[in-house]
Design a protein around this ligand. Sequence first.
Ligand code: AMP
Ligand code: MG
Length: 420
Amino acid sequence: MISVEQALEKILSYVDVLEAQPRPILDCLGQVLAEDVYSTIDIPPLDNSAMDGYAVRSEDTRGATERSPRLLRIVGTATPGCIPKGEVKPGTAIRIMTGAPIPKGADSVVRFEDTDEAQRAGVADEIGVMCEVESGRNVRRASEDITRGSLVLSQGVVLRPSEIGVLASLGRSVVKVIRRPVVAILATGNELVDTGELLPRGKIYNSNSYSVAALVLRYGGIPKMLGIALDSESALVAKLHQGLDADMLITTGGVSMGDYDVVKDVLAKQGEIAFWTVRMKPGKPLAFGTINGLSKTGVARDIPHLGLPGNPVSSMITFELFARPAILKMMGKKNLAKPTIEAVIEETIVNSDGRRIFARAIVEKRGGQYFARRTGPQGSGILTSMSRANGLVVVLEDKSRVEAGDVVPVIMLDWNEEVV
Ligand code: AMP
Ligand code: MG
């Protein structure tokens, strides 16, 4: 048996960062930027108002109070998107809306609330300013956010909603990113029936393809559904061939010791195989290898193939541990580790056979401290135990038990790894 770390290292040695491609910015959420983005414009482009009010010369407001307002003649209106006509000369003001460029002559803005506008019925041709403002008050300076010519986003940055917004503010509709991997997914098993079909006696619905595809989507890949293959070499090969244009193949099932476990035989014949038992629970049997495939341009290349175990919980946990980092590496990401916290375990867990246990757990925060307890029966066929969990308690292989009250590492299943 090999360790979780050894298996992961081997798998990662078979996958490379994919190439960059230009994409519409809204398709790029969570992808890695593959160019340095410079600004061709100033943002904001002009000095503009941060408030609705009156653009004034600050010296005209000297001594203004609520009791003795300074009266200014209104000589125009400035609205966002238009270059204001006219000039604020001594003793005058221009009515201005938030975002409108500051008119010539003005150096500050008095908010409506600091004028007597509300007390004047209808449109007035003068306004009383009821407080002093200093030069620059309520003015947003040209280029205070971004200066023309500056480097705004560097290659390697993961694009979050704020970066998508920044790109839009620069006027970019398309940007170069590392492309998303296409992951072909194939479920194996004579017992499987697809969703939407009638369920004959003795059969079960194929859930693995869907949980695995959802995980592929969650981590930024593009699932390619190959459906279900019967447990024969010929059926498996025929289905796998439909996925040879993918960046990675994932099968579920057929990697144990049973008579119908043919995935490893196919791997051995179609490419290079490494078949392991990994020192972990659940998820001991894991097949990994490469299958001879073709690139989009018809060039021969080896496609990494991960043969996950068939049990629904095992396939999800082995995906998290092995397929997820491979997908993130292909996407150009640097942080491949799932967020892990320390929590107080609320029950004893016995580790009887020296494997690393990943126990489905509910983690709660109470009084500034995380606590974890298992979700109930831990059979690797009980998928609802995964659904109830928000974390995986890790019991290392060299620990024969952890006691209630011990502090244990917990892999958090739903935390966004970009921010921790
Ligand atoms: P296997 O690894 O093929 O021996 O499968 C182990 C267990 O997982 C068996 O009980 C299978 O019926 C079940 N199983 C395998 N594939 C799937 C699947 N795609 N969806 C749901 N259960 C599955
Ligand atoms: Mg099977």
